[in-house]
Design a protein around this ligand. Sequence first.
Ligand code: NAP
Length: 659
Amino acid sequence: MTKDFRATVREAVRDEALLRASLADSDIAPMLMALVQLTGDLELMDEVAPHIQGPWNFLQTVPDALKQTVRDRLVATLKDYAAHDRPAPARPTEAVLQRMMSAGVGQPVPAEYIALLLEEMSFGEADTRAVQWQRDPAQLPLQDFKVIVIGAGLGGLCAAIRLKQLGIPFEILEKNHDVGGTWLENDYPGCAVDTPNHFYSYSFHTNNRWSRHFSRRDEILAYIREVAQAYDLRPHIRFGVEAKRAVYIESTARWQVSWTDRAGLAHSAECRSLITAVGQLNRPAIPQIKGLETFRGPAFHTAQWDHQAGLAGKRVAMIGTGASGMQAGPSIVGEVAHLRVFQRTAHWAVNNPNYHLPVTQGHLWSLEHLPYYANWLRFQLFWASSDGFHASLHADPDWPTPAISLNATNHKMREMIVDYVRGELGGDEALLAKCIPGYPPYGKRMLRDNHWYKMLGRDNVALETEPISHITADAIVMKDGTVHPVDVIIFATGFQASRLLWPLEIEGTGGHTVRADWGDDDPRAYLGMTAPHYPNLFVMYGPNTNLAHGGSIIFHSECQVRYIMQALRLMIEQGVDSLEVRQDVHDGYNRRLEAKARDMVWTHPGVTSWYKNSRNRLTVTSPWRLLDYWEMTRVFDAGEFRLARRPAALDERIIPTGT
Ligand code: NAP
């Protein structure tokens, strides 16, 4: 809660009819947790808990009478707080919090998560992910320390906010005309987030006003713009400039970054530290299908949607059935004459009843006015969409059907989805056979069904699963010779994700370059952020930091930024010129990471995806739980780095501890 507690409570009880109506329209679990936090009374919680069977609200089967008891108690409690002008209650003890967390999601929440979740929920206390100076910043040579950030998406802006809070001078280079990164670039019909929005937002800048549980692109972009405004970041951003090259100058321990502006003119600037926040998914991959250049109609990628193409009444081909295709296809099928979907391999998609739902007025009211409701909802959604089933993504060596599932839990998931898809397809077994992947669930990114299967059942839709041979002026021709006349081709074919940082050229010490070290698809870094030979360079959303089991990439960004800010603090407070991760630390981490990933679903031999490279090594996706990565990045350990300092600035008195 950012507002004053007493004022919030007074506001909540001002109109009792509205309060009651809103509670009647709110989720039971966060309401219950708000009540427990306000009263400290665990009895009612114990009574309700058995009816909470999972972290999503649709998994909660609390009887109406019990729900009403919770609401009545809440009304009485809030009125009592208001009548006596009572201050906020003390935060529950960790033991109580653990009981509350477990009850709230209907699963035991291990104690190891408590510190993380408290940080994520925040409860209006100090922004604990913000790094604080350990010396008086007025005495530090901050003006000599410039940072360049490349990219003004959610990652780059997160770094910018923290740099600004610390008073470290910085500049952002952004190739687009506005902030937003992937959310600016992707504006295909149906573009939306599939991580629940009340978790998919900065923990230090939450938004209680999302209109949907899974918001559309425009609303997310509006949020990002609002963040840029709130922290006054635009004056720090050069828009329309694409960073081309960064070279580390050993003699000065500075990065020299070169870019071209909108007019094509070359520029460069130096900085002490370089942070790349260029994302993994912004260089479209358009397959080189023979004859494509001869096609006469519009042909474009989902991330470069041609809004002038005019799809109404056209025969449209869509190649690719991943997350972008899953959203775009059903969003255009109503206007096109015919949609022909070309699927290379099937993807798994789950149903989430909240996916298409707007947030109700009562829920909105509670998020704004009911103390602790928003915090507990964030926790629930964190839990619902993150580490809960991570353990089930490892293969059981004794599992009898290893080609199609990993273990009993994974197999159950498979059967559940098959049943769901069968129902959506109205029992069309031939179509079902085409739609069910031959690899275990979660092998590729798990999609959320956007009425995809219902779409496939429509008269004006066809699903092609045979390979494409070539393209002519007005048709797609299959390997078996079938000719499909089409007017428009949409490439929902994903991105060149494995070529991390490409096409940016980065040259470190001793002639090392990122392209030579990483090749086209073999990137490695310590914690996904830093590598030997590249001092003072930090990569956000780097190797093995993509999230595939769930969670929000914003969470990872916040972890990375905290780590980077601690590194910069060390440099500034201790007069460190350069800081370079030790080779053994880097290699050891990558060995552990590879061992962890070895039996996980993403490296399953039956799976092809952008998560791994041509040698089946997991390269862009993280095998860790969110908790593991949070722990590994929580405290920057200077002992893992080679530090070089100017002798005059040597100061051993300050040892960085904690955040
Ligand atoms: P994607 O997941 O990589 O899917 C690309 C699709 O194109 C796949 O079906 C792929 O088939 C197919 N394809 C690629 N090359 C092909 C070729 N030469 N011939 C035929 N088919 C080909 O890309 P995406 O859908 O754009 O999604 C990328 C990532 O962006 C997602 O995984 C997700 O992380 C993110 N995203 C998120 C959201 C969201 O939050 N809702 C929405 C969109 C994207 P194969 O599977 O056989 O390779």
